[in-house]
Ligand binder design. Structure first.
Ligand SMILES: [Zn+2]
Length: 87
């Protein structure tokens, strides 16, 4: 193994490392939240559950078409899946 081969090996190893980190950061960015161990979910102000989620635009449109502008999600951003509270 020549010096050049050693250099090539390390260069390749570093490149692979950068790609792995980049994929991980990209995944975090697109999946949302701060990593798999601590995904961001707001606490329900009603029952203090973390089983909550953002009310999606599709859901809003569906509710608007069902209930009109007095829909239950109107003006709310988050929804609790445990007690159904919206805020
Ligand atoms: Zn709740």
């Amino acid at each position: 193994m020549s010096d050049f081969d050693v250099l090539k090996f390390w260069f390749g190893a570093i490149c692979i490392g950068i790609v792995i980190v980049a994929i991980r950061e990209f995944g975090k960015y697109f999946l949302g939240g701060g990593g798999p161990s601590t995904p961001y979910t707001p606490m329900c102000p009603n029952c203090h559950s973390h089983n909550t989620g953002k009310i999606t635009a599709i859901k809003r449109v569906l509710e608007h078409s069902t209930f009109g502008w007095a829909s239950p999600s109107s003006g709310n951003t988050f929804e609790c899946y445990d007690c159904g509270y919206k805020w």
